[in-house]
Design a protein around this ligand. Structure first.
Ligand code: COA
Ligand code: ZN
Length: 300
């Protein structure tokens, strides 16, 4: 029996937030349902952010209300501040993703706060979530490189992990928001973090801007990381991080990990259909590299 790896598909949030066309709530729900059909049991469905800042993510409350709630699927929603947390909580979201920043410029660009203010706000949200019995995934944005400040000292992320785990976060995800990381850099940081923390408490989020997404997933898996954010068809990008492109594609990560003997619980043949559907829905090309190989395997 292989070791389990959890894949959270962030396509409905990270994948759609940067689209020039705003999908309807029904279209967003159809993408989520298609992911579930492929066996994905952990999905970031959207964000509770200012609709003026990110119009594609408006109405995540109505979207959540269209989804079937059961024990088989965990729905996550991203929040940028306490107001977003309260909105997510009020509609019944049980898994909240919050973001802290390893650089000041990125924090300012994204949420108009200094990185210290964002950290303080995150700790306030975690405390509230504890009493509301909501699980918190804390994401450290630009942990491996910043579009404004370049290289980022890994000690910044280490300190953030310590502080947020002390505050009670349920998981810490190290995010390569712009796809600046290389595999050795990933090994160095994730090995250090995995020495000090239970690796089950950690996760990684890679963008594939420079085609290093899979290599970085591999490096993190060798450090003991068993939790990855990926995006169906490689959709995505951050509107506030110049030069960022999509996340590493879910189908590529699933294929690599399954072939290496890990278990993801995801059906590759169905995932391929979902990837085609996602590309059609967003009028974009799938950046998943395995599609043609998978097509030949699952013809018909
Ligand atoms: N959800 C919905 N509306 C929100 C909100 C939230 N989480 N937080 C603030 N608002 C509203 C305020 O109520 C206010 O509305 P009003 O003008 O009708 O009174 C308006 O947004 C501005 O609020 P303010 O506190 O001045 O914030 P701002 O204009 O500096 O914007 C953020 C700050 C954080 C709300 C905004 O930058 C944002 O939503 N960013 C999201 C970034 C993101 O999603 N990045 C990608 C993920 S990494
Ligand atoms: Zn991202």
């Amino acid at each position: 029996m292989g070791v389990n790896i959890t894949i959270t598909d962030v396509g409905p949030r990270d994948g759609l937030q940067n689209l020039s066309r705003i999908l309807s709530v029904a279209e967003r729900a159809s993408l989520i349902k298609s992911l579930i059909k492929a066996g994905i049991s952990s999905i970031e469905i959207g964000s509770f952010v200012s609709p003026r800042a990110v119009p594609t993510m408006a109405d995540t409350d109505s979207l959540f209300n269209l989804l079937e709630i059961n024990d088989d699927v965990d729905y996550f929603a991203l929040v940028p501040n306490f107001k977003g947390y309260q909105l997510a909580h009020s509609v019944g979201i049980k898994n909240v993703v919050l973001v802290v920043y390893a650089s000041n410029s990125m924090s300012n660009s994204n949420v108009g706060m200094t990185m210290q203010e964002a950290e303080k706000s995150a700790i306030k949200i975690i405390k509230q979530a504890k009493s509301d019995r909501i699980k918190i995934t804390a994401t450290i944005s630009v942990a491996f490189g910043c579009p404004f400040e370049g290289n980022i000292d890994p000690a910044i992320s280490e300190k953030l992990v310590d502080k947020l785990s002390d505050a009670g976060a349920d998981r810490l995800v190290l995010a390569d928001t712009i796809g600046a990381a290389n595999p050795r850099q990933v090994s160095a940081l994730m090995n250090r973090l995995a020495e000090k923390n239970d690796p089950q408490f950690l996760g990684c989020h890679f963008h594939d801007t420079r085609a290093m997404g899979l290599a970085n997933v591999y490096a993190a898996s060798e450090s003991g990381i068993r939790y990855f954010d990926t995006s169906i068809a490689g959709l995505g990008g951050c509107p506030f991080a110049p030069g960022s492109s999509g996340n590493v594609a879910t189908e590529d990560v699933v294929m690599m990990l399954e072939q290496m003997g890990y278990r993801t619980g995801i059906n590759l043949s169905k995932l391929l259909s979902t990837s085609k559907f996602a590309a059609k829905l967003t009028a974009s090309e799938s950046s998943g590299r395995t599609s043609s190989w998978l097509n030949s395997q699952y013809r018909g």
